[in-house]
Design a protein. Structure first.
Length: 50
């Protein structure tokens, strides 16, 4: 697997995460998406925050 590319299962997980973030933002919940992203970052220590 090349660096910077996603496996097919990663695409589905990413899409699900993004849909959750969009729903939270639409209901004016900004803390939910931030917490979701922080949880994802903690699960994957190889990913660096920018």
């Amino acid at each position: 697997q090349k660096k910077g590319t996603l496996a097919p299962t990663d695409h589905q997980e990413t899409r699900t995460l993004l849909n959750s973030i969009v729903r939270s933002i639409q209901t004016n919940d900004v803390y939910g998406p931030i917490n979701m992203l922080l949880r994802e970052i903690k699960k994957r220590p190889e990913i660096k925050r920018q």
